[in-house]
Design a protein around this ligand. Structure first.
Ligand code: PLP
Length: 344
């Protein structure tokens, strides 16, 4: 197989999945592949997710990655009537897909504070009241900025949201925030029928190629989406691997710790350089503000080091995926060179 180098622009977890998940993939009993699950209810993954998060299985959606679940939501929108409210600087799939379907969307601000970006919750609520969007979609931790929505802020948004507005929180980067308010968010899910959390096995679980995501839904969401579970069920192989990953919590806790340590080390190093400012993050990525006279130097460096190409999300905002210690050393060295060569 062709050896792939690490890319710092795809937010993949290059360390890979747990040994138990790899074993589940390698040892999947071939004789079982000829069978469907016994209908959607035969899923191995749904009961596992239900038990782990305390959400009834008929309020959990499993999809072909979080992308598939986002698409299910977007496909429900009517371009002639419905609008969407997003935070600015979001995962670009959102606007690419919404544009393609001719659906209007508005953005509320993301404010660059001294240490981290912050969602403008007042702005979000004001726009939501004026617009009555069919969907409010917020990413937390956000891609590309890594900031998070607190349960208090989400409670404020939900209190102001019309009951027929779906409030979807894209938690693709779930698992990297050790201050994540799990019980508060789950209690909001129990209280608000129009709330859903979307997650994926692509990030923390390092299973991007497996293509599996899930959503925990409030009591009205399935009806709001007109969602039909798959009658013939999901992939037996995929679900076996995902279940094994869910059963490896200590591996993933250690992996998250390694990644967040590398992330914080890189942020500190970048912040010693006068032409850059790295923002604090709660995900396996972080954003760096690049001074206008340093952008060309950064691009020049990245053109020499294809494996270190990071993505410019705005003219002067670079998003960096966190990888191994060696990769991050190379990234820091590249930024030091760009800093020295800025303006030349
Ligand atoms: C915010 C966000 N949501 C969803 C996805 C898609 O995840 P999946 O691989 O599960 O389709 C990504 C992928 O990068 C993402 O950044």
């Amino acid at each position: 197989m062709k050896k792939r180098h690490t890319d710092l622009n795809r937010n993949e977890i290059v360390q890979g999945p747990s040994p138990a998940a790899i074993k589940a993939l390698r040892t999947f009993p071939a004789e079982e592949i000829k069978f469907y699950y016994d209908g959607y209810n035969g899923s191995a993954l749904l009961p596992e997710l239900s038990k782990k998060f305390g959400v009834p299985r008929d309020r959990i959606i499993v999809g072909y990655g979080a992308e598939d679940i986002l698409r299910t939501i977007f496909d429900r929108l009517d371009p002639s009537r419905d609008t969407v409210l997003l935070n600015e600087l979001h995962f670009d799939y959102y606007h690419i897909h919404l544009h393609a379907r001719g659906i209007r969307f508005h953005e509320f601000r993301l404010i660059p504070e001294e240490r981290e970006f912050r969602f403008d919750i007042d702005g979000c609520i004001e726009t939501m009241r004026a617009l009555r969007p069919k969907l409010v979609l917020i990413t937390s931790p956000n891609n590309p900025t890594g900031n998070v929505l607190s349960s208090r802020d989400l409670a404020r948004i939900l209190a102001a949201a019309p009951k027929d507005t779906l409030v979807a929180i894209d938690e693709a980067y779930y698992g990297f925030d050790d201050r994540y308010e799990a019980s508060q968010f789950l209690s909001l899910l129990r209280r608000h029928g129009n709330l859903m959390f979307i997650r994926t096995f692509s990030k923390l679980y390092a299973l991007a190629g497996l293509r599996v995501g899930y959503a925990l839904c409030g009591r009205n969401v399935i009806a709001m989406l007109g969602y039909q579970g798959r009658r013939l069920g999901g992939s037996r192989v995929t679900e076996a691997v995902a279940v094994a990953a869910l059963r490896s919590p200590s591996y993933y806790r250690a992996l998250a710790r390694t990644i967040t340590k590398e992330r914080d080390r890189a942020i500190l190093a970048v912040n010693r350089l006068p032409h850059f400012k790295a923002f604090g993050s709660h995900a396996n990525l972080f954003a760096v503000k690049v001074s206008p006279d340093a952008r060309t130097a950064v691009e020049k460096e990245m053109s020499r080091m294809p494996s270190l190409v990071c993505k410019f999300y705005a003219p002067h905002l670079l998003r960096v995926s966190v990888a191994t210690r060696t990769d991050m050393d190379a990234f820091i060295a590249m930024m030091e060179r760009a800093d020295r060569n800025a303006g030349r």
